[in-house]
Ligand binder design. Structure first.
Ligand SMILES: [Zn+2]
Length: 265
């Protein structure tokens, strides 16, 4: 949340009060501590968007900012709900383990996936960065505003966000032909799926540790292929209507897979 007020304590320290955080799943809370510098602010509707990086990499934010502004407005139109959080900070974290993490209002990225210099980055690097930014921003609705009740429905987050990223990018940059790239991911998922120790897109999960095993090609790429198949079967408009119904009915709440199917029915 943005700062509400800052009080100087008179001893060289200060106390920062932040606006109240809306209801949020605990895994979406994040703090970034370090020598970060901030880009200028761009706005998408009501949402101020900024990029944070280490000082050595300042000046590399323009690609991420431009992508985030465009993608966020497209997501708002698709979901028919404004971005649910008061700000959007994109943080380039040195040595970040994952590709990215969709903390509400403070999304963390591996540096190479956020700080892209369009003059030197390859086409593939730019598409990959745009896809990851788009995927994480889709989570602000699918995952953050509405969260799966338990990790067995991880696909509700990841299959959907993966599909949504390609859908939004294809609408914005049709010349990128991202659905071709999508087929590479699906082919890789089907190879894993041919192994004896593969798993269904939906998996019963006993512990959060067990859930981490399922952040894989099956949950992301195969799951996204199934979402795409269903969207094609129902038709773009009916599917989008169902998605909007699902988000409105369960905002700031928790869901299971059946809630999504019911909203589509
Ligand atoms: Zn994700």
């Amino acid at each position: 949340q943005p700062e509400e007020r800052v009080v100087a304590n008179g001893d060289g320290t200060k106390t920062v009060h932040f606006q109240r955080t809306p209801p949020l799943s605990s895994y979406l809370l994040a703090l970034a501590v370090g020598a970060f510098v901030v880009s200028h602010t761009r706005r998408c509707g009501q949402t101020p968007i900024r990029v944070w990086s280490v000082p050595e990499k300042r000046g590399m934010a323009s690609f991420a900012l431009a992508t985030a502004v465009e993608v966020l407005s497209r997501l708002e139109r698709y979901f028919d709900i404004p971005h649910p959080y008061a700000k959007l900070d994109l943080v380039a974290v040195p040595d970040f383990e994952f590709g990215a993490m969709e903390n509400a209002g403070a999304v963390f990225f591996r540096e190479a996936l956020l700080l892209v210099d369009p003059r030197s980055a390859s086409h593939g690097e730019q598409v990959r960065a745009a896809e990851v930014i788009c995927h994480e921003l889709a989570h602000m609705w699918f995952g953050n505003l509405v969260t799966m009740a338990w990790w067995d429905d991880l696909w509700l987050n990841e299959s959907f966000a993966t599909w949504m990223a390609f859908t939004i990018l294809d609408g914005w940059r049709p010349e990128w032909q991202v659905w071709r790239l999508f087929q590479h991911g699906r082919a890789a998922a089907l190879e894993v799926d041919a192994l004896e120790d593969t798993h269904p897109v939906y998996v019963a999960v006993k512990s959060p540790e067990e859930a981490t095993e399922n952040f894989d090609l099956i949950t992301y790429q195969k799951g996204a292929s199934v979402v795409r198949m269903i969207e094609r079967f129902l038709g773009e408009r009916s599917f989008r209507t169902g998605v909007r119904r699902y988000l409105r009915a369960h905002r700031e709440g928790n869901t299971v897979g059946a809630d999504f199917w019911n909203a589509l029915a």
